[in-house]
Design a protein around this ligand. Structure first.
Ligand SMILES: Nc1ncnc2c1ncn2[C@@H]1O[C@H](COP(=O)(O)OP(=O)(O)OP(=O)(O)O)[C@@H](O)[C@H]1O
Ligand SMILES: [Mg+2]
Length: 313
């Protein structure tokens, strides 16, 4: 785990340490000589802050061997709309074109448009842009959002199947009525077909345990455990298996005073619960650092801790 799969998704509840862990894993891999891309898919980006760099919609180098990017949903949505227009140009009769474009522009601000375009970019990173890298680490948004994204390939292909089916029926009718039985060329059918193939390819990669890993980050706290447990089950329902957990922000053994001793005991109870609840997963315990991990130096210590720890497991 972590040392093998090309693609890693880092997920978990808000504030548990997803971005920090994703950045530390990416740094560790870059230090091991793997050309790594760190991708933030969370609209509330904070990967740039960790490296003290302003990240863009396209990769920039943040460390030798490590590039990072933050997907910008507004840029992606306008690119997506441009692509949709290109796809239908030549398909729609010219006197209709203005009206169709107007409809598409209106759709770009509809609910779901940003999610669809974000998803398209992830597909493009996995299938095309990622070829230049040995490893791709996705830092994701808090749980619900990520789950929807990961289950989209399945939903989208079912949806496209429905459209293809209807399109085919219509074409068969045209073939009989208008074209003397000769099949009609249907560019819309072809565009849909191509999209379907891309989604199926991505889904195949997401389902392949040798290619894609899912890591969940959690803290030894009640809500974090409950939410992680639900998320692990939801993903399993879609055949996506979370094999690794980082239990982050573990208190040091050397705590002094009644207050901290009580906290440590409380933590111990949660750790026992985690052991039982997540018997199937590899579990890695990450200490709470003395301060926030807000500099490259501290991130390097996190990455070094991780590397030493993984060597022994
Ligand atoms: N092991 C740790 N020790 C000390 N501080 C930590 C540790 N892990 C994370 N932090 C700090 O906790 C805060 C939240 O971490 P981070 O931003 O990585 O969480 P996140 O899960 O990505 O949050 P969000 O859901 O908002 O994206 C940050 O200030 C980070 O520096
Ligand atoms: Mg984050």
């Amino acid at each position: 785990m972590i040392k093998e799969e090309k693609i890693l998704f880092v997920g978990g509840k808000g504030g548990v340490g997803k971005s920090t862990s994703a950045a530390a894993i990416a740094l560790m891999l870059a230090n091991l000589g793997e050309k790594t891309l760190l991708v933030s898919t969370d609209p509330a980006h904070n990967v740039g802050d960790i490296f003290h760099k302003t990240l863009k919609n396209d990769p920039i180098q943040v460390y030798p061997g490590l590039d990072a990017l933050e997907i910008d949903p507004s840029i992606e949505t306008s690119n997506y709309i441009k692509k949709v227009k290109e796809n239908i140009r030549g398909v729609v009769k010219s006197h209709m074109q203005q009206e169709v474009y107007r409809q598409i522009d209106a759709a770009s601000s509809a609910p779901g448009a940003e999610e669809a375009s974000l998803f398209d970019r992830i597909v493009s990173i996995i299938l095309d842009e990622g070829e230049a890298y040995d490893r791709i680490i996705f830092d994701t948004a808090p749980t619900g959002h990520t789950l929807r994204l990961l289950t989209l390939p399945e939903l989208m292909s079912v949806w496209i199947d429905g459209m293809l089916e209807r399109r085919k029926k219509r074409n068969d009718t045209y073939t009989q009525l208008l074209n003397d039985g000769e099949p009609v060329e249907d560019p819309v059918f072809q565009v849909l077909q191509q999209r379907k193939i891309r989604f199926l390819n991505v889904r195949k990669i997401l389902l392949n345990k040798n290619k894609t890993g899912f890591i969940f980050i959690l803290n030894p706290e009640r809500l974090s455990i409950i939410e992680t447990s639900k998320a692990v089950k939801t993903l399993a329902d879609h055949d996506l298996h979370v094999s690794t957990l980082f239990i982050n922000k573990i208190l040091s053994q050397e705590v002094d005073g009644d207050f901290w001793k009580k906290r440590k005991q409380n933590e111990q109870d949660y750790l026992s619960w985690i052991e039982k609840e997540f018997a199937q997963q590899d579990k890695h315990y990450i200490p709470l650092f003395e301060t926030d991990i807000n500099s490259l130096e501290l991130l390097k210590s996190f990455a070094t801790f991780l590397n030493n720890h993984l060597k022994t497991t």
